[in-house]
Each structure stands twice: as structure tokens, then as C-alpha cells.
Design a protein around this ligand. Sequence first.
Ligand SMILES: [Ca+2]
Ligand SMILES: [Ca+2]
Ligand SMILES: [Ca+2]
Length: 215
Amino acid sequence: MKSIRRSEMGFTLMELIVVIGIIGVLAAIVVPTTSSFLPGYRLNAAAREMMVDLQLARATSVRLSVKCVATFVPAVYSPQGGVGSYLMFLDSNSNWQQDDLDGDGQVDTEERTVLVAKSMPGGVSLVSAVFNNNGGLATGQTDSDGDGLFNATHPATSTTSVGFDSHGLAARSAAGAFVSGNVVIRNNQGEWRRVTITPVGQVTLQESQDGVNWN
Ligand SMILES: [Ca+2]
Ligand SMILES: [Ca+2]
Ligand SMILES: [Ca+2]
């Protein structure tokens, strides 16, 4: 009688308890591993993506023989991340601004957005972008969504923008100096990455555990 009842139910209470216990143990192992792994993964992914985007901007400058600018909009660190962004556009008149030079109300083709505004992923913040002053205007408008119409007024970017010239070198300031510097991103586990653009247009990546010492 007992064995018949067991086969009808499929599991005995004891088997159920054992299975739930095993699930609990597995969850205790898997969950912390996943939650400590994800922020580092996202930080690395964001840093690599930024490097690829900057290298694409450099290649675009060479291919089209026109300056390409990357404008960064840093934000105050937030534990939940997703703050700070950057976008890229062509700068045919080399004034570090996205323009409507023919006054038809639309961003000119030779000033078009080549990378629509990209925000940091969850858990990652773009905390700073520091370049030597490019001499560009303090504020301006951008076509952050790339539809040809200005739609965003960005804050002062004369020290948060970098660019590349048609030779793939860092673009120069109004005063003729190569504009170089770096962008710093961090996650909510106290891990940092720094993407540096050198005067010759190289894009490099460094790591830090405290935002002070880099390697
Ligand atoms: Ca321009
Ligand atoms: Ca236009
Ligand atoms: Ca737009």
C-alpha cells in the first residue's frame, strides 16, 4: 500500500526536503559568485567598448579626411551606475562643435553624428573626462540621437572632448597643441578603468583598485 502511494505522489516529503536543501546550497554558491562577477564584467565591457569606439573615431577621421570629435559628459558617481555618456561627431570646420553651417536647421552632413550618445551600463559610472583645453566654445548643441536635428544642449566640453585628425593623430586645440588626456570609469565594487588618448592618437587602457594607483 505504501509503495503504491509513493508512486502516485512522485516524491516523498523527505525527497522533497533533500532536493530543496540541494537547491539552497547551490544558490548559496552561485549567487555571490554571479553578483561579484557581474560588476567587473560590466566595467571591462564598458572600457573595451569605449576603446573600440575611440579607435573607430580615429579610423573614421583618416578614412573621411575630416576631424572626428568624441565628447564626454561625465557624471557624479552613482552606485547604481548608468550615468555619464559620450557621443561622437564629425567636425569639418574644426571648432570642436557640431554645427549647422548652412543654416537649414539640420546638422550638416559633414558635421554629422557618427556615434549616438552612449550611456554607461548599470553599475558603471563615467566619473571624469579630463583633456587639455581644446579652446572650443564652452557650451553647444549636439544631435545626440543622430537624426540630423539638434536635440541636446551639453555642458561645457572644452576640456571633456578629444578628437582625431585626418592622419590619426590627436586633434589640436585652437592654440595648436595636441589635445590629449583620459576618461575614468568605475563600478560599485571600487574597481576603476582609465582610457587614455595620447598626442599621437593612441588609445590605451589602465586598471586601478583605488582610482589613484594605475597599472
Ligand atoms: Ca564644427
Ligand atoms: Ca545644415
Ligand atoms: Ca537629434
